[in-house]
Write a protein that binds this ligand. Structure first.
Ligand SMILES: *Cc1c(COP(=O)(O)O)cnc(C)c1O
Length: 423
């Protein structure tokens, strides 16, 4: 007796994916295909093509987080469809971002009273944060110059030549001259004395880097602050400092709490940090925090009201995802100071306990750094040829059992020329 019946189209689920016509006909590469296709076929095609990407967990070339706990992944999937800009619709997400801003401001010793709120915002990454910080400095400088009836059409910014490319972007997009302090043989970070020398009346700020992208070294913000205070006093200017702590902002407060690089120094007016680097969140989150309300010109804050009640915003774009903010909050409360400290400590543990970089074996490898720690716990590797560098990045995962991805020790710095950027 036949108990089950089969429908006439019953062969549909049995069709082999790879024998279906969707797998046999090629898709136009640059035009939207004329016809639709079943969802499983679309999934298979996209998924298979993506197999040629690298494996993020073996990515040794960037500082960016590639692993989070499954509980956080769950939160992320649950909030993947929330638009961050819709603050009335998602007020709790907004509240979490405000909490994160305040946590970071306190971590960086912003002079925020107990009943005060810190001034800052979540961004797509440090790049957006830096654009906002730069704009605030430019506006403040312009307003001051206008009030003094002085020309305000030739602003400049002083940085080390080792700055991350986003500063060059800022300078070009927002029409500010970038004055770079040249690096010298054997020292690949900004010399504070030379930077201060380059400051003139058109300088909107000096940007110091806490954790040079190339070598991981910290620039001496304390000395910079001292020298600049002196120059400001002599000249009557009030040139401020910005600290690009994209990578070091979540390292220094834990490993070197005594090191003064943040709002403890009076000229430091704003600091950016990448949540997706040592903030341990997937790509797409950065933070900018100002010392006080006075350091963010009010005219840069937009008031949006068409989504509900009045919401002040200061970001470059409008809509974006919310999950990174939620994930950042998760990491802060999940790890607490205790575990953030532990993860950074383990992440910077070195075989010899002293050296500031991992030893990477190889014919063309070289390990040098011009200053002792404090610095980021990043391995550095230099080579004369880009092929060798490519090999390290793509084919040979130099991850030892000590390098647990979660602890972000997969961070790698590579340069293709001897001596440049690797010291
Ligand atoms: C990574 C980095 C940036 C850019 O940050 P994103 O978060 O990738 O936009 C800026 N400055 C420094 C020093 C960096 O290391």
């Amino acid at each position: 007796m036949v108990l089950t019946t089969t429908k006439s189209d019953s062969e549909a689920p049995l069709r082999s994916t790879f024998a279906s016509r969707y797998a046999r006909t090629s898709l136009p590469r640059f035009k939207i295909p004329t016809e639709a296709m079943p969802k499983d076929a679309a999934f298979q095609i996209v998924n298979d093509e993506l197999m040629l990407d690298g494996n993020p967990r073996l990515n040794l070339a960037s500082f960016v987080t590639t692993w989070m706990e499954p509980e956080c992944d769950k939160l992320i999937m649950a909030s993947i469809n929330k638009n961050y800009v819709d603050m009335d619709e998602y007020p709790v997400t907004t509240e979490l971002q405000n909490r994160c801003v305040n946590m970071i401001a306190h971590l960086f010793h912003a002079p925020v009273g107990d009943d005060e709120k810190a001034i800052g915002v979540g961004t797509v990454g440090s790049s957006e944060a830096i654009m906002l910080a730069g704009l605030a400095f430019k506006r403040k400088w312009q307003a001051k110059r206008k009030a003094q009836c002085k020309p305000c059409d030739r602003p400049n910014i002083v940085t080390g030549a080792n700055v991350q490319v986003c500063w060059e972007k800022f300078a070009r997009y927002f029409e500010v001259e970038l004055k770079e302090v040249k690096l010298s043989e054997g020292c690949y970070i900004m010399d504070p004395a030379k930077a201060v020398e380059m400051v003139d009346e058109n300088t909107i700020c000096i940007a110091a880097i806490l954790g040079s992208t190339l070598t991981g070294e910290f620039e001496d913000v304390k000395l910079l602050n001292e020298l600049l205070m002196k120059k400001n006093k002599e000249t009557g200017w009030d040139t401020p400092i910005h600290v690009d702590a994209a990578s070091g902002g979540f390292i220094a407060p834990f490993l070197w709490p005594e090191l003064e690089w943040d709002f403890r120094l009076p000229l430091v007016k704003s600091i950016n940090v990448s949540g997706h680097k040592y903030g341990l969140v997937y790509a797409g989150v950065g933070w900018i925090v100002w010392r006080s309300k006075d350091d963010l010109p009010e005219e840069l804050v937009f008031h949006i009201n068409y989504l509900g009640c009045d919401q002040p915003t200061f970001t470059l774009n409008f809509s974006k995802g919310s999950f990174q903010i939620i994930a950042q909050y998760y990491q802060f409360i999940r790890l607490g100071f205790e575990w953030m400290l532990k993860s950074v400590k383990i992440g910077s543990a070195r075989e010899d306990g002293q050296k500031s970089c991992f030893k990477i074996e190889g014919e063309q490898s070289q390990n040098r750094r011009c200053s002792p720690p404090p610095a980021l716990p990043v391995p550095i590797w230099a080579s004369r040829t880009s092929t060798a560098v490519g090999d390290v990045i793509t084919r040979k995962p130099y991850v030892t059992e000590k390098q647990v991805a979660y602890l972000r020790t997969e961070v790698f710095r590579l340069k293709t020329e001897w001596g440049v950027g690797c010291c």
